[in-house]
Design a protein. Structure first.
Length: 270
């Protein structure tokens, strides 16, 4: 089971109130699986040989297998590969893409900790297929004799979803979780809603989230269970989460759920 902690928040001032509605939300394991599925680059940390014992960080490209385990295509000439041959213990830091957001600490990220070892035979062939699907340009060097596929098998995962959202996620819970089906379309959904339906988003904030003094609102995330809002009020910004009546998995289902919520919001305001 995930164990979570939260930053203490100040009790006064405009930044103190960030209410989040008691709405269905992805588990941290699900958020981690979604992040892993979308990531294409990561920071690999190995134990250095010289100077011995120090963490050595390097940029690598990454894909994941069906269980969310990171797959790496590493050259024998790379320093991190030499380190792994001596000590398989490693960690891998994956972070959300910035997508124009200013504060990098507001981005979701996770560190997977475990042994990172080379793959052979059928496992290497399966890794090749998954990796090239994520990195087609790797086909130019994937068959070089000094390159091999490695897999990191997580024993634990540390998740940080921005300010005040963090936990340790067990490896079994992570492996059993599913990536969010809306993740590939989430950015497009957010852009459409914020650009073309700002009035509906404000109605969500006022009528459904109960923030009556809202003067503006932006949809900041969307997933199979619902969405989150950044709401502007005279007292300062507030955060809210609203849930769908049932989980959704396609953009058409999102559209229908959003329309139903608009009708509910306007009915409450009438």
């Amino acid at each position: 089971m995930s164990t979570s902690t939260d930053h203490g928040r100040p009790r006064s001032g405009p930044q103190a109130e960030h209410p989040v509605q008691n709405a269905p939300a992805p588990s941290h394991a699900e958020r981690c699986r979604t992040l892993a599925e979308r990531a294409r680059a990561a920071t690999l940390c190995t134990l250095a040989r010289d100077p011995a014992g120090y963490p050595y960080g390097s940029l690598v490209t990454v894909a994941v297998d069906a269980h969310g385990r990171p797959l790496l295509l590493l050259s024998a000439l790379a320093e991190h590969t030499g380190n792994l041959k001596v000590h398989s213990e490693a960690s891998l830091l994956l972070a959300e893409a910035a997508d124009g957001r200013v504060d990098p600490l507001a981005l979701g990220r996770m560190t997977l900790i475990g042994a990172c070892r080379p793959l052979e035979g059928a496992e290497a062939a399966a890794a090749r297929t998954r990796f090239l699907a994520a990195h087609p340009r790797a086909s130019y060097y994937v068959d070089f004799t000094d390159f091999s596929f490695y897999r990191l098998d997580p024993v634990s995962i540390r998740y940080v979803g921005g300010f005040g959202r963090m936990s340790w996620v067990e490896a079994a819970e992570y492996a059993a979780a599913e990536p969010d089906p809306l993740a590939p379309d989430a950015a497009r959904i957010l852009e459409h809603m914020n650009t073309d339906h700002a009035d509906a988003i404000l109605a969500y904030a006022k009528a459904l989230a109960g923030i009556k003094d809202a003067t503006g609102a932006t949809m900041t995330s969307v997933d199979r269970y619902g969405f989150e809002l950044d709401v502007i009020t005279p007292a300062g910004p507030k955060a809210a989460r609203l849930g769908f009546d049932a989980p959704v998995s396609t953009t058409d289902e999102v559209r229908k759920a959003m329309v139903a919520l608009v009708r509910e919001a306007r009915g409450r305001s009438a």
